[in-house]
Design a protein around this ligand. Structure first.
Ligand code: FE
Ligand code: CA
Length: 467
């Protein structure tokens, strides 16, 4: 069971039937109660789970009370699901606090989910999952736990891979604990894909993307209205947490221009010297697509003390150097779309967007950074803060590379690829407190998880500093 997309008066409840020989259509009844023991059931109903949609169920009860917990469960074919707990968002005029965690990149074969146990124990109001819920690869050499099957390509492959990931009890607990907001990154489809461009230049890519998006919707607590149409599915949008915060969720995969200067004979990312790839500075290119960029420019809130920008990857610049001393960039992240980043942060600066905090995943390292309107100008003002939540289990890059990059990237307060974990946040009208969480050993299901640093952003001041 899972829930998501909490509003002041509604929330999405999700389940999926599994097992052999299910009928094509199965009636699934659901109950929503004010209490854990279901003595005060406030709503109930019946949905039909269809084989065409993976026997998934997405229910969106309306007319709920704001800012309170609810419990839900499902019943079908004589069985009853576990009980999930969820909650609604505060009413628009309420100035409530917000506890949330960001998480991403949970490659099954690279580790266990001790990080999820730690998130559940934090008891957040919300989890923001920022991409790479599954990985499409066959089992890695030296896997901590294997995945079945080869590379994921068909609808059935994707369904099987989700079923495997969702069999993990610590991940199940985290879904049953609170509502999630979810965006994808690349591995829910294929490494480094860009809109309709496949890393492997596969002519069948549109079909694979359609299968991947369908399986994603089937397995996530999105509303029915988000159900994909062919190979398109809108996942970006915003949600308000009362008067405290606006959360803006971005999709940087579905609409992006292809990465520039790829390796010969393939698509996807590369690491290139700016000198050899002037196309990096082409202002026509976009990471979000024109429509989403315009939507975002309209959607910032000047009425809330916090604008939480939940997206896939590191937003701050991470300039490296090659042996010749040239500045190099990785083309898949925001550095591959620097003029688009300047437009986004420039708009935020012009509008004086309060409390801009970017949240990201993808790069398998903890980053804490100052967002700058122009990274080429050291005196450029700080326009916001950034936290990148490392990975639940996926392995990080070499720490030596990040250490070498420190001198060229003075806006980075933390750059640590050695840790698996998440980031926990507690936000009120005055401060946003962040706790970087680090798993001692992601290969151990019972690994302890500890704080690896605390940081604060104060309302009205864009920069982040150590607590
Ligand atoms: Fe990842
Ligand atoms: Ca990724």
């Amino acid at each position: 069971v899972a829930s998501g997309h909490p509003r002041p008066d509604s929330v999405v409840l999700w389940t999926r039937l599994s097992g052999a020989d299910l009928p094509d259509r199965v009636e699934v009844s659901w109950e929503l109660a004010r209490d854990e023991r279901f003595e005060q059931v406030v709503q109930q109903g019946v949905e039909v789970a269809e084989s065409a949609w993976g026997h998934s169920v997405h229910v969106q009860p309306q007319g709920l009370a704001a800012s309170r917990p609810y419990w839900y469960r499902f019943r079908a074919l004589g069985d009853q699901s576990r009980v999930g707990r969820t909650r609604t968002a505060p009413s628009p005029d309420a100035l409530a606090t917000l506890r949330f965690a960001i998480a991403s990149c949970q490659r099954w074969d690279y580790g266990h989910y001790a990080a999820w146990r730690d998130i559940t124990a934090f008891d957040p109001d919300l989890v923001m999952f920022l991409g790479d819920y599954i990985y499409e690869y066959p089992t890695a050499v030296g896997a901590v736990r294997p995945v079945q099957g080869g590379r994921v390509e068909t609808l059935q492959d994707f369904r099987d891979r989700y079923a495997l990931y969702k069999s993990d009890p610590l991940l199940q607990d985290a879904h049953a604990q609170c509502p999630w907001l979810i965006v994808w990154d690349d591995h829910e489809v294929e490494n480094d894909y860009a809109a309709m461009h496949s890393e492997r230049l596969s002519p069948q890519f549109a079909l694979r993307r359609a299968a991947a998006y369908q399986a994603y919707w089937e397995h996530m607590p999105f509303p029915k209205s988000a159900r994909p149409q062919g190979h398109d599915m809108r996942i970006y949008g915003h949600l308000d947490w009362g008067r405290l915060a606006r959360v803006l969720m971005l999709d940087d995969r579905q609409y992006r221009d292809a990465q520039v200067c790829p390796r010969s004979g393939r698509g996807g990312s590369n690491t290139v010297a700016l000198r050899d790839c002037p196309e990096l500075m082409n202002p026509q290119r976009t990471l979000l697509g024109a429509e989403q960029e315009q939507w975002l420019a309209r959607s910032w809130s000047t009425q809330h003390p916090w604008n939480l920008l939940a997206q896939q990857t590191l937003m701050s610049r991470l300039a490296g150097r090659n042996r010749q001393g040239d500045t190099i960039y990785w083309t898949d992240g925001w550095d591959g779309y620097a003029p688009a980043r300047n437009r986004l942060l420039g708009t935020a600066a012009t509008l004086k967007v309060p409390g801009l905090v970017a949240l990201g995943g993808d790069v398998h390292a903890h980053y804490v950074a100052q967002l700058k309107a122009d990274y080429d100008d050291l005196r450029s003002p700080i326009v916001g803060a950034e936290f990148c939540g490392t990975s639940i289990s996926s392995r990080g890059p070499a720490q030596s590379r990040l250490d070498a990059a420190r001198a060229d990237n003075p806006h980075l307060l933390v750059a640590n690829a050695t840790r698996r974990g998440s980031v926990h946040f507690i936000v009120d009208a005055h401060t946003l407190q962040a706790d970087l969480r680090a798993v001692d050993d992601a290969r151990q299901v019972n690994s302890p998880v500890r704080s690896a640093g605390r940081f604060v952003v104060e309302s009205g001041r864009p920069e982040v500093h150590p607590a």
